[in-house]
Design a protein around this ligand. Structure first.
Ligand code: HEC
Ligand code: HEC
Length: 285
């Protein structure tokens, strides 16, 4: 089943370009088992009751064997260079208060379980917060150090190190209470068609996962492995970087990293993966 998308370009006038984007070949998630250093990590889960999906699959299940294997051994996983650097960073004194993370958080293992619950509501600020926000709040308010940029290597390393502490735990992000309106905004964004190609996130990741798009095997677009090491990026990248890339691919103007829109989208996507295991840091092509 080919989906032909006609782009009627105003500048080209009468000329209509037909793009055959999503190919014929259908291969559902494979049956490989993710075992990291002897520990089994479940890569599928029952869909939550209100889910549009029949079953949840981690993006790992759609990758080629070579890419999959890189995530099965922490010595081969290229993300661990950044994770090791983040461990050093954790003990480094920075800022006017003369503190390191370790001065207040004796061990990074204290953050076990945290990744699985984010984004969450910040009562004091009256806003939702992601892991990036939490880390920067400690840096600016408690260390009196400069905030890290969303995509800075230090931020990516630290979010990977903190996320790793929850590896194997089921994602359990809340969509009720004060998070409800954030979740709803994220859901609206997920289903809104945008860009020259007039597609929504659902056009690919809900209606066509399992199919091939050019040379790439479409997954459900889950975020349980982020930040991920992408071979194409040659490094770690944030959830919001991936959102940007997908929006650019459909020729839409992407929102900014850290924007209210992307925080809402992250919240909604996180709940779509409730029940899947945290896989941080995952490896992708
Ligand atoms: C001066 C003390 C201090 C420093 C330094 C500090 N933090 Fe914090 N941090 C806190 C306090 C207080 C909280 C809120 C209470 C809590 O959850 O522990 C917190 C919360 C957190 C949380 C959320 C924990 C949770 O379970 O909700 C994370 C993650 C975190 N800090 C990471 C860091 C990182 C990474 C650094 C270094 C870049 C850092 N912190 C530096 C004091 C500090
Ligand atoms: C034209 C099809 C298409 C659309 C529309 C699209 N994506 Fe993607 N997306 C891809 C492809 C291809 C990949 C890489 C293969 C994969 O994991 O599906 C990808 C990957 C992802 C991933 C990484 C999944 C993983 O496990 O690493 C996330 C997250 C994601 N997309 C989110 C989104 C969001 C949010 C939107 C809407 C703003 C969106 N995508 C719209 C094609 C699309």
């Amino acid at each position: 089943m080919n989906i032909n998308i006609k782009i009627l370009s105003a500048t080209v006038g009468i000329c209509a370009i037909s793009v055959s984007l999503i190919g014929q070949a259908f291969a559902d998630a494979d049956n490989d088992k993710l075992v990291v250093d002897g520990k089994v990590i479940t890569t599928q889960a029952k869909a939550p009751a209100d889910s549009e999906l029949e079953k949840l699959y981690s993006g790992w299940r759609f990758r080629a064997d070579e890419t999959q294997s890189l995530q099965m051994d922490d010595f081969e996983n290229p993300a661990f260079v950044a994770v090791d650097q983040a461990e050093d960073q954790f003990a480094m004194v920075e800022g006017k208060a003369g503190k390191s993370c370790a001065d207040c958080h004796s061990d990074v293992t204290d953050f076990k379980g945290l990744r699985a619950t984010l984004p969450r509501w910040n009562e004091a600020k009256g806003k939702p917060e992601t892991l990036e926000h939490i880390i920067n709040e400690c840096r600016t308010d408690r260390m009196e150090a400069k905030a890290w940029k969303w995509e800075a290597p230090e931020m990516l390393g630290m979010t990977a190190l903190i996320g790793l502490q929850s590896r194997g735990m089921p994602v359990a992000v809340k969509s009720d209470g004060p998070m409800q309106s954030v979740w709803k905004k994220g859901k609206d964004l997920y289903y809104t068609r945008v860009g020259q190609l007039d597609m929504s996130c659902a056009s690919c990741h809900e209606n066509n996962y399992g199919k091939m798009i050019r040379a790439d095997h479409l997954s459900q677009g889950q975020i349980n492995g982020f930040p991920v090491y992408r071979l194409k990026w040659g490094g770690l990248g944030s959830i919001h970087r991936r959102f940007k890339g997908c929006m650019q691919n459909i020729r839409a103007k992407p929102y900014k990293r850290g924007s209210d829109e992307f925080v809402a989208l992250e919240t909604y996507l996180a709940t779509r993966g409730n029940g899947l295991s945290v896989e941080t840091p995952a490896v992708r092509n």
